[in-house]
Design a protein around this ligand. Structure first.
Ligand code: HQG
Length: 190
């Protein structure tokens, strides 16, 4: 699979599992899971070049851990291919449940300079998603911010203080942490 096709497939799967399941004939349960086989079928309807092994590979090898899959089901083995969901990023209302991964004392959020005035005022809001997304490293946050601006800003979030004050922060995927919102007092804006 070429890099470009891999990227398109990944983007479609992310969109289907996070934002528009119904548009592609999928039904998510309350925790965001859907039938793996139904997802693979939706991908193959969308891209005539997509093969079952491409779908399986993109899901299993995503560098950010964007997807979770249950069950041992091999490729194309009929029934029992298990369930799949996006591990973060949803705009549709799902309850992903807790994970027990530790949360670092400091987390980071990469954004465009143009958002800073509003973030100073209101803190970090989930905007069109269900959750605010934070990064585990400055480098990861910079990459997130680069989606929005060539000169992104990396904000430092005092995760230890948030946890001490009873807010919930959960690790999702490999380098992403989510929380309902971040009040301005926990954000260090450079
Ligand atoms: C900004 C990608 C004004 C916020 C990434 C961001 C991430 C505010 C934008 C994941 C604000 C929302 C999510 C406020 C927040 N006023 N702007 N009060 N509060 N914002 O895309 O965090 O590659 O919904 O700074 O890597 O950029 O798709 O969130 O710029 O992990 O797997 O509002 O999506 O992951 O944008 O990105 P988004 P995000 P994937």
């Amino acid at each position: 699979l070429s890099g470009e096709r891999r990227r398109r497939l990944s983007k479609f799967v992310s969109g289907a599992l996070r934002h528009f399941p119904e548009d592609v004939g999928l039904e998510l349960d309350a925790h965001g899971w859907t039938d793996y086989e139904a997802l693979a079928d939706a991908v193959e309807r969308k891209y005539d070049w997509a093969e079952p092994r491409h779908v399986a590979a993109v899901i299993a090898t995503d560098p950010k851990g964007r997807f979770e899959r249950t069950g041992a089901g091999g490729i194309d083995d009929g029934a029992g291919n298990g369930l799949v969901r996006a591990s973060y990023g949803h705009s549709v209302d799902v309850d992903l449940g807790p994970t027990d991964a530790p949360v670092p004392d400091e987390l980071y959020h990469g954004t465009a300079p143009a958002t800073l005035a509003s973030i100073r005022e209101d803190g970090l809001r989930p905007m069109s998603r269900q959750q605010v997304h934070l990064s585990g490293s400055r480098e990861a946050a910079r990459r997130v911010g680069q989606r929005r601006a060539n000169d992104p800003v990396v904000l430092v979030v005092d995760a230890a203080a948030m946890l001490a004050d009873g807010y919930r922060i959960t690790k999702r995927g490999r380098e992403t942490y989510t929380t309902d919102a971040v009040a301005p007092e926990y954000i260090d804006v450079p």
